[in-house]
Ligand binder design. Sequence first.
Ligand code: 13P
Length: 248
Amino acid sequence: MRKYIVGNWKMNGTSADLHEIAAIATMAAAYPSVDSAICIPATLIERAAAALPEFSIGGQDCHATASGAHTGCVAAAMLVDAGARVTIIGHSERRAAQHETDADIRGKAEAARIEGLNVIVCVGETLQERDAGRALEIVLGQLQHSLPANSSADWLSIAYEPVWAIGTGRIPEEKDVREMHAAIREQLVGRFGETGKKFRLLYGGSMNGENATMLLAIPDVDGGLIGGASLSAAKFEPILAAAANSGE
Ligand code: 13P
């Protein structure tokens, strides 16, 4: 399976940073064996996509409905119109701060799909949940209820992001990532059959140039969703290099 390395710029970036997105796109082109994308603020998508037609620019959310009275929200068709090819849905920061439920996330993923976007659905447990021994139950529950019934590996990937690893510099032990990704895979195969083997499962949470080789070597880790280390080409490059060297 081709590795998929995706940057999530979160609420960072203005027009002054377009040159960095261009630098990332140029750098990524040097790793043709790896699929990559950068999910940037909605305000930058149109300019970045127009300047970088070969590179995959993405959004970080979309609304579950096509249009209407939803002040401040962005519809999937608007992302597509601006040039986005992919969007993150259900990031833990949105689950927590915007109170997004699994049902909301499923609706958003469906809306994105209808408009032809690729989708990355995020799941992940909090530290409290992990400490209580509930990590598998929480993540598998989120997965069960956040994925649309017609999910297909052609357009949907899953990102496992333990909340306590995001932006903290802490990562789970190798065996815990292995256990979680195996459990996610098992659920996908149980639900979708053979095609469940084809979904790309990304790991996210403090992935960087130092730990990417280890993380990307874990079975069923098919890529990464990267926050802080995606903000510059210099920090992002070693992750793409690790993916390119990871064999499959
Ligand atoms: P960091 O890589 O900054 O920990 O962020 C991970 C993340 O939330 C990506 O969506």
